[in-house]
Ligand binder design. Structure first.
Ligand SMILES: C=C1C[C@]23C[C@@]1(O)CC[C@H]2[C@@]12CC[C@H](O)[C@@](C)(C(=O)O1)[C@H]2[C@@H]3C(=O)O
Ligand SMILES: O=C(O)CCC(=O)C(=O)O
Ligand SMILES: [Fe+2]
Length: 388
């Protein structure tokens, strides 16, 4: 691992660190130990020799590019912003904005069986699904065959990585994590992000220094699910946040997948693995395209730490909760809010002050206040299902 000196760009500290690159064709116990180490130290790593064929990836990427190349009103036919379907600039339900357009898909195997031709041929195909949060109907696009091939392949990769993690953690039930995302009712989603090129922003017009302030494509956040498998084209933009507040740019590698720990996996490993905050910036002259598979459990799955990972010295950090309960909280909050802090056990509440870095604590408190606000708003709107 190479650590160079930090550079300062417009007040932000950027560190030149290469993420661990793990070759999955290596010896199994070595690979599982490397994965555990990467999840503990960075919450992020890259995998090569991952077994997903370049053909599957290329078909999926071509289909995505041709979708995003369509005129805006054509793309809008694919769905509503802020739900499953097409979205532009608006992220989520609570006012977050970025220089990104995207497609969101439910990858539930049951919905994949209802295949349409391709998203590029017929962006108007819909299937309606009733979800318990927020209390509204979400529209789900049906999925093309290139997409279902890709989803199957990355789901397989996610399962394999979760098994390797359980092995490296010495959890006796080796499929304790992967079982959750293998389930036919799993709530995993696929997100295709397209960041159009954006000219550089110059904050200080009188400054003689070069203008290098990239626009934010997808703001700072952690991923709420179990594991994210991200693939991008050869255009950089992804950055991850280190504990000390420095941002680390991730070098793009279209032949590798970038894997990151989600909030649920942090909870299920009793905080040993870290769900790290990250963001994506736009490039000044090239389009960035990323495809993120968010591996999630079924809505009613109980998220709890395996008993072997709890000891008197390391008591459970989080109370058990369901994915539905956590997801409802996630969608009630802003992109950059932290949510796991809201699920911490009472027992260690007194330790929180020392343990959680100040910034994270402030974010937790802001999130709590926002939930209270939203609950009050929901009550005045008489939305009976919107309870916290
Ligand atoms: C602002 C929001 C968008 C988001 C739901 C949320 O309320 C907070 C988390 C966001 C996020 C980040 C990772 C994934 O891209 C995503 C699909 C997810 O599960 O959580 C998005 C949500 C979204 O865009 O709907
Ligand atoms: O586009 C990227 O590289 C990151 C996207 C991301 O973090 C997300 O979709 O959750
Ligand atoms: Fe993310």
């Amino acid at each position: 691992m190479v650590v160079a000196s930090p550079t300062q760009i417009h007040g932000e500290r950027l560190m030149a660190i290469e993420l661990p690159v793990i070759d999955l064709s290596g010896e199994r116990s070595t690979v599982s130990n490397l994965i555990v180490k990467a999840c503990e130290e960075y919450g992020f790593f890259k995998v090569k020799n991952h077994g997903v064929s370049q053909d599957i990836i290329a078909k999926m990427e071509n289909e995505s590019f041709s979708f995003f190349a369509k005129p805006f009103d054509e793309k809008q036919k694919a769905g509503l912003a802020n739900s499953f379907g097409y979205g532009c600039k608006n992220i989520g339900f609570n006012g977050d904005i970025g220089e990104v357009e995207y497609l969101l898909f439910n990858t539930n195997p049951l919905s994949i069986t209802e295949r349409s031709k391709t998203i590029s041929n017929d962006p108007t195909k819909f299937r309606q699904v009733l979800t318990p949060f927020p209390p509204r109907l979400l529209h789900s696009l049906t999925i093309s065959s290139a997409m279902s091939g890709y989803i199957e392949a990355v789901r397989g990769l996610a399962c394999e990585l979760l098994d390797l993690m359980a092995e490296g953690l010495w959890v006796p039930d080796r499929s304790v994590f992967s079982r959750l995302i293998r389930d036919d009712d799993s709530d995993s989603i696929l997100r295709l992000n397209h960041y159009p090129p954006m000219p550089l922003l110059c904050k200080d017009k009188d400054s003689s220094s070069p203008c290098n302030h990239s626009k934010v494509g997808f703001g700072e956040h952690s991923d709420p699910q179990i594991l994210t498998i991200l693939r991008s084209n050869d255009v950089g933009g992804l950055q991850i946040s280190l504990n000390d507040g420095a941002w680390v740019p991730v070098t793009p590698d279209p032949t590798a997948f970038c894997v990151n720990v989600g909030d649920l996996l942090q909870a299920m490993t009793n905080g040993r693995f870290v769900s790290v905050r990250h963001k994506a910036l736009t490039n000044s002259y090239k389009s960035r395209m990323s495809m993120a598979y968010f591996a999630a459990p079924p809505l009613d799955a109980r998220i709890a730490v395996p008993p072997e990972m709890v000891t008197p010295i390391k008591p459970a950090l989080y109370r058990p909760f369901t994915w539905a309960e956590f997801k409802k909280t996630v969608y009630a909050l802003r992109l950059g809010d932290s949510r796991l802090g809201l699920f911490r056990t009472q027992v260690d509440e007194h330790l929180e002050v020392q343990e959680i870095p100040n910034q994270a604590r402030i974010r937790d408190l802001a999130a709590k206040a926002r939930i209270r606000d939203l609950a009050a708003k929901a009550r005045t709107l008489l939305l009976p299902n919107f309870r916290y």
